[in-house]
Write a protein that binds this ligand. Structure first.
Ligand SMILES: *[C@@H]1O[C@H](CO)[C@@H](O)[C@H](O)[C@H]1NC(C)=O
Ligand SMILES: *[C@@H]1O[C@H](CO)[C@@H](O)[C@H](O)[C@H]1NC(C)=O
Ligand SMILES: *[C@@H]1O[C@H](CO)[C@@H](O)[C@H](O)[C@H]1NC(C)=O
Ligand SMILES: *[C@@H]1O[C@H](CO)[C@@H](O)[C@H](O)[C@H]1NC(C)=O
Ligand SMILES: *[C@@H]1O[C@H](CO)[C@@H](O)[C@H](O)[C@H]1NC(C)=O
Ligand SMILES: *[C@@H]1O[C@H](CO)[C@@H](O)[C@H](O)[C@H]1NC(C)=O
Ligand SMILES: *[C@@H]1O[C@H](CO)[C@@H](O)[C@H](O)[C@H]1NC(C)=O
Ligand SMILES: *[C@@H]1O[C@H](CO)[C@@H](O)[C@H](O)[C@H]1NC(C)=O
Ligand SMILES: *[C@@H]1O[C@H](CO)[C@@H](O)[C@H](O)[C@H]1NC(C)=O
Ligand SMILES: *[C@@H]1O[C@H](CO)[C@@H](O)[C@H](O)[C@H]1NC(C)=O
Ligand SMILES: *[C@@H]1O[C@H](CO)[C@@H](O)[C@H](O)[C@H]1NC(C)=O
Ligand SMILES: *[C@@H]1O[C@H](CO)[C@@H](O)[C@H](O)[C@H]1NC(C)=O
Length: 412
């Protein structure tokens, strides 16, 4: 029976010493920043959770006066100065118009601002440049509209800028090209139009550039070839015209290069064969002409190559038999000719091959004597083969009937 009080007092001792310890290291919020944040909170309402949130929690509910703002949900303060350096309201069900004189702009020590997955509307204020220390700005998945202010180019240390999935409708201010420290720029899924600024060639630290699903038009600036650290470039689903600038062959780190659903034309520059780290290349649904350049044989890490719905002529280069990582090849709906590309059966990873809607001719390989795919190439892992609408002749081999129906293409 006497054990209980001893244990209790021991626990109390531990609890008290912990409190002492944290009191000594506790930082406290600056009153002017606390007031600015409270006023910012009152500029908005709590609405429905964003459909992009699995779980949403209105973080601003914990923002009450007379408590230390450094301990509010979504806030982080600098351990020495007590200044607010991070505000993360992602999935906080906030809704309402952002005002040009929002009190948030008074919290000038902010480095990280994440407002993603709410329902902020209105414009990003011109005076956003007052947040001079920002390194990361994320307003993805909101209802921001109109334009992005050119003043954003004056935030010198911005590393991450994510404006994706809003309702922006405007030309990109060329001042974005002054964000020399930017490593990730995501403008996808908006209605930006006009040309991609030439000044983007200044963004020499960029690793990821996503312009997917906008209305960009005009030609691709050759300056993009200067982005030598770029690993991810998505230009798909826009209205870009003209040729691919051959300077893009200088993007030696590029692994993912998506150009599908645009109005590109002309021949593929052979310099693309120099993008040695490329794993996915999609050129489908454009107006490309000419032959598939044999230089692509040098893309030894290529996994997904999608060239469908263009006007390519000639053969699939036999040297593609050396693309040992190729898993998905789609050349559907072009004007390709020649015999069945036997070299591809050498590829141990190729599982899906679309040849439909071209001018291929001759016998299918398995009709050569008693051979079937598996005997021509014991290593072939081909699971799906599409050859309809060509000029192949002769009976269709049993192995093709056994192949499966179209599935959802793999992620690329
Ligand atoms: C918070 O409380 C302090 C002191 O009680 C007061 O001076 C300040 O105006 C309050 N701030 C807001 C935004 O209500
Ligand atoms: C903000 O918080 C969410 C979780 O609520 C987290 O997933 C996200 O990474 C945070 N953002 C930043 C910039 O740390
Ligand atoms: C976002 O707010 C607008 C009004 O500002 C409203 O029309 C819209 O339905 C809201 N969207 C969501 C997903 O709640
Ligand atoms: C911005 O937020 C979205 C949604 O929360 C997230 O998926 C994305 O990774 C974030 N972007 C950056 C650059 O941190
Ligand atoms: C783009 O965003 C809209 C809503 O803003 C959404 O309905 C649509 O599915 C998105 N498109 C893609 C391809 O992600
Ligand atoms: C960015 O590039 C443009 C033209 O491409 C150039 O005129 C400008 O001086 C550059 N800006 C910076 C900050 O480097
Ligand atoms: C980038 O590349 C283009 C042509 O490829 C060149 O004319 C330009 O001076 C380079 N520099 C910048 C900062 O765009
Ligand atoms: C980039 O590509 C262009 C055209 O292919 C070439 O003339 C130029 O020398 C290359 N620049 C660098 C820095 O590799
Ligand atoms: C590929 O790169 C090499 C070496 O950088 C260069 O000499 C060659 O001209 C490039 N090929 C093309 C087609 O741009
Ligand atoms: C492939 O790369 C090698 C070595 O860089 C080069 O000699 C060859 O010309 C390239 N092939 C094509 C078709 O460009
Ligand atoms: C098939 O693969 C072998 C071994 O990897 C190689 O020697 C041969 O040249 C390849 N054949 C074709 C047609 O690419
Ligand atoms: C017929 O089979 C032989 C090997 O048995 C092969 O060399 C030849 O290319 C095949 N011809 C056709 C048209 O498939």
């Amino acid at each position: 029976m006497s054990i209980v009080p001893i244990t209790l007092s021991l626990l109390l001792f531990i609890f008290n010493s912990h409190k002492l310890f944290s009191a000594a290291t506790r930082i406290s919020c600056r009153p002017n920043q606390r007031d600015a944040l409270l006023e910012f909170k009152n500029e908005f309402q709590i609405g429905k959770p964003s459909p992009f949130c699995i779980t949403a929690h209105p973080k601003t509910l914990s923002w009450v006066n007379n408590s230390d703002c450094c301990y509010w949900d979504g806030i982080k303060c600098d351990a020495n100065s007590g200044e607010v350096i991070e505000l993360n309201l992602s999935c906080s069900s906030v809704r309402g118009r952002f005002h040009s004189d929002s009190k948030l702009l008074k919290v000038q020590s902010l480095r990280i601002l994440d407002l993603s997955r709410n329902n902020f509307s209105g414009q990003i204020p011109f005076s956003i440049q007052k947040l001079y220390h920002l390194t990361s700005l994320n307003v993805s998945r909101n209802s921001f509209s109109r334009c992005i202010p050119s003043s954003i180019g004056d935030i010198p240390n911005l590393n991450f800028l994510d404006l994706s999935r809003n309702k922006f409708v405007c030309k990109i201010p060329s001042s974005l090209g002054s964000l020399l420290h930017l490593t990730s720029l995501d403008l996808s899924n908006n209605s930006f139009f006009g040309e991609i600024p030439f000044s983007f060639g200044n963004l020499s630290n960029l690793i990821s550039l996503n312009l997917f699903d906008n209305n960009f038009e005009g030609k691709l600036p050759s300056s993009l070839g200067n982005l030598s650290y770029l690993k991810f470039l998505d230009l798909s689903v826009n209205n870009i015209v003209g040729e691919i600038p051959s300077s893009l062959g200088n993007l030696s780190q590029l692994a993912f290069f998506y150009l599908h659903f645009n109005n590109f034309a002309g021949k593929i520059p052979s310099s693309l064969g120099n993008i040695s780290h490329l794993t996915s290349l999609t050129l489908s649904f454009n107006y490309f002409v000419g032959e598939i350049p044999s230089s692509l044989e040098n893309l030894s890490y290529l996994k997904n190559l999608i060239l469908s719905h263009n006007s390519f002529v000639g053969e699939i280069p036999p040297s593609f038999g050396s693309l040992s990582h190729l898993a998905f090849l789609d050349v559907e709906s072009n004007k390709l000719s020649g015999g069945f590309p036997l070299a591809l059966l050498n590829l141990t990873k190729l599982s899906i091959l679309f040849l439909s809607n071209n001018q291929f001719s001759g016998m299918l390989p398995s009709l050569n004597g008693t051979l079937e795919f598996c005997t021509i190439s014991p290593s072939s892992k081909l699971q799906e083969l599409y050859i309809d609408n060509n000029s192949f002749i002769g009976p269709i081999p049993i192995s093709i009937f056994q192949s499966q129906q179209p599935k959802v293409p793999p992620s690329w």
